[in-house]
Design a protein around this ligand. Sequence first.
Ligand code: GAR
Length: 191
Amino acid sequence: MRQIAIFASGSGTNFQALVDAFKAGTLKANVRLLVCDQPGAFVIHRAESAGIPAFVFRARDYENKQAFEQEILHQLESAGVDFIVLAGYMRLIGPTLLEGYGGRIVNIHPSLLPAFPGKDAIGQALEAGVKITGVTVHFVDAGMDTGEIIAQEIVRVTTGETRQSLQDKIQHVEHHLYRTTLNHLFLTTGY
Ligand code: GAR
């Protein structure tokens, strides 16, 4: 069974969906740790309520990215983590973590990559006026949302769509796509 850490920076609805599946026995992995870079983030309360240990840090308390990633690496190793799941973690993964967990880090992104990488993918899609957007699960490399694509699902942008309504539809897709994609990876590809 895979031992995963979930990295998040904000509200943590994807964290919650994965933890709920873990508790229900429908995620084929153990959720060992939350890693969070925002001490005020709501996801920390979600972890507390679920009884999942959390490592919370502030980047500015460290000399540089290498220093805080070294500490994260130490926390991951102490928790027995062998796979990293990014769920709204709003930082690029640096060389330290990529060397430690290369090929074993995945991310979810609210667009059909390579369209609309980076911040506010939903806003970018609305601004561009596309009629189809969606969700991508991909492996993480050193770039911004550039790693190999594992799975994608379409979300249609309908007439009168608002930011909130599109975000709700995308998050609904995210919550089941992440779980099913991770299960597929863990069960059938030997990851
Ligand atoms: C999710 O929609 C996720 O796809 C996005 O952040 C949101 C986090 O929501 N990630 C990115 O944009 C990564 N570039 P959540 O905190 O409710 O899970």
